[in-house]
Design a binder for this molecule. Structure first.
Ligand code: NAP
Length: 548
């Protein structure tokens, strides 16, 4: 329900966020479990990450038909995607459609940010406060705040002295930004910048890209969906979903072969070429099973991508600057559309800020350590996110004994199943750290978490239980399992936002469960089937009625 500020309200559940996660969680709590629930959302509309990241070129890079809810056949049959990889405005429209169809908006409090969340141990209730003066006392508290919703804020000297227009890809204005006739500087060359740069370059008078680390970027190969394709997908949706859910990263790649070393070098090149042309994540997650585990296999793909960059970028010096050197596959592979050709334009310059670091931001540009100054009218930050923990810490979560999540995770995140953490009863994290989250198809991963959480809540309600919390030993076990699986791959060897190393002072730890979505779901289901093994319950219904 939508609630009034300044009068404490007692509800069954509070959900944070109205993106994919919050929308489905609200539907599950309200319409399947019959609970009284409300959502707090900082934006003035639904959409989550797709509300904020509306920079030019923003689009998904998993097929639209896969990157959508599967829980309602009615929704998936009614909705028609126009492109293979939907652009941000279409994904926003889709989420608005879902919210309206399920009549979710009346239970969402927009333009309202949670500022503190405190567990009252005596009452076994969470007390949630917002920046608009709401106080809600609830039994269940669920974060759908997302993994990439808290922008990193690199501490550039002179940051606030810039007098021109300043933009951030992660909080792009709602009105279209017109760069015509303007000079622009953009810091960062991650997935967001790689989508935005080609379009900004077409419009701006001049664009300077400040690159610290080049990425292995592969053509998206976006196209319109034909009527026949749409018909075929809709007719075959059940099977498509089954295959996606069973696949390692929640997307089925028929091109996947077990080992690169079962093929001859010629066959390998042919297969890599095939995956390159197939586009999206085919090369990264759909070529060979050992690309992410075998350094030699990773190096072969790396060289393959570098050869593509050299073919596409006409100036050999610029091409070399764009050639990555880190282990292929260990960073999230961005997907591009004419990204490399952009550097062949006369109005685009590439500055390597690893070789010549940014010394300071000035009132009209950037000074480099070499003494060179670059001037522009508009500055764009595409500098990434404080992933996983950033959005959770912002909620001001205090569990048993007033302990903060920050304190509990001081030496590194520790959870059970990436869903809950010891000391924070009844606090659930949708796509939390140490779950498959960002290395699984997000909407499908979200569905699995929402359904597990809803089932756990139903179990508690049916059995008169007041609190659920992971046992400490189980959390330690899960932590070890997540680390062991990650360490069997190459991924932890590179500094990325997966390890938290893009944020100064953040403990370095690989924060994604890499065992695959199917194995993960099986574990979660087994835990539930066996009466929530590894979780501790408290039951004392007499305490539930009297909460201050
Ligand atoms: P990102 O991948 O973390 O990229 C941030 C960029 O900023 C990097 O190039 C980084 O360089 C640079 N940077 C950060 N601090 C800097 C500093 N002090 N000086 C110079 N450069 C600096 O962030 P993102 O591009 O926003 O993408 C984050 C994630 O969001 C993606 O990996 C993806 O999962 C998701 N995303 C998804 C989509 C999609 O679904 N289509 C689109 C966009 C983003 P270093 O690499 O050297 O640190």
């Amino acid at each position: 329900m939508s609630i009034q500020p300044h009068t404490p309200v007692h509800l069954d559940a509070v959900v944070v966020g109205a993106g994919f996660a919050g929308l489905y969680m609200l539907h599950a709590l309200r319409d399947r479990l019959g609970l009284k629930a409300t959502v707090f959302e900082a934006a003035d509309d639904v959409g989550g990450t797709w509300y904020w990241n509306r920079y030019p070129g923003a689009r998904c890079d998993i097929d639209s038909y896969d990157y959508s809810f599967s829980f309602s056949d009615e929704i998936q049959q009614e909705w028609t995607w126009s492109e293979k990889y939907a652009a941000q405005p279409e994904i926003m429209k889709y989420l608005q459609f879902v919210a309206d169809k399920l009549k979710l908006r009346p239970d969402i409090n927009f333009e309202t940010r949670v500022v503190s969340s405190t567990y009252d141990e005596h009452a076994r209730r969470w007390v949630i406060r917002t920046d608009r003066g709401h106080t809600v006392v609830c039994k269940y508290y669920i974060s759908g705040a997302g993994t990439l919703s808290n922008a990193a804020d690199p501490a550039f000297k002179g940051k606030h002295s810039f007098k021109g227009e300043v933009y951030s890809t992660s909080a792009w204005p709602h009105e279209p930004v017109d760069f015509t006739g303007k000079t622009v500087g953009i810091i960062g060359t991650g997935a967001s910048a790689i989508q935005a740069i080609p379009l900004i370059a077409q419009q701006a008078k001049h664009l300077t890209v400040f690159q610290r680390t080049p990425n292995y970027t592969v053509p998206l190969q976006n196209c319109r969906e034909t009527e026949e394709e749409v018909k075929a997908i809709k007719a075959n949706y059940a099977e498509i979903r089954k295959q996606s859910k069973a696949a390692l990263a929640g997307v089925a790649f028929p091109s996947m072969r077990t080992s690169m070393f079962d093929d001859t070098p010629e066959q390998v090149q042919q297969h890599l070429e095939y995956c390159w042309n197939a586009g999206g994540f085919s090369l990264w997650l759909g070529a060979y099973g050992d690309v992410l585990t075998d350094e030699k296999a990773s190096n072969i793909v790396a060289e393959f991508v570098r050869s593509k960059i050299r073919q596409r970028v006409t100036d050999p010096k610029t091409a070399e600057k764009l050639c990555p050197r880190y282990l292929y596959g260990t960073k999230r592979q961005p997907c591009e559309t004419r990204y490399y050709e952009t550097y062949n334009r006369d109005n685009v310059a590439l500055v390597d800020v690893k070789a010549d670091p940014i010394q300071q931001i000035t009132e009209d540009g950037i000074d480099l350590e070499s003494g060179q100054s670059v001037h522009f009218d508009c500055l764009i930050y595409a500098t990434g996110f404080d992933a996983f923990t950033g959005p959770l810490y912002k909620l001001g979560v205090k569990g048993r004994g007033g302990a903060t999540l920050q304190a509990h995770w001081r030496t590194g995140v520790r959870t059970n199943l990436g869903l809950m953490s010891h000391g924070f009863p009844n606090f659930f994290m949708i796509t939390g750290p140490q779950s498959p989250s960002v290395l699984f198809n997000m909407p499908l991963g979200i569905e699995q978490h929402v359904e597990w959480i809803a089932d756990a809540i139903r179990y508690m309600e049916d059995n008169g239980l007041e609190a659920i919390e992971p046992a400490l030993e189980e959390e330690v076990e899960w932590d070890k399992l997540v680390a062991d699986i990650a360490n069997a791959t190459l991924l932890p060897r590179t500094d990325t936002w997966y390890t938290g190393s893009n944020i100064p002072g953040k403990p370095r730890k690989f924060l994604v469960y890499l065992g695959g979505g199917a194995a993960y779901k099986q574990t979660c289901d087994e835990v539930a089937r066996n009466g929530y093994t590894g979780f501790v319950f408290e039951s004392d219904p007499s305490l539930s009625a009297n909460v201050a």
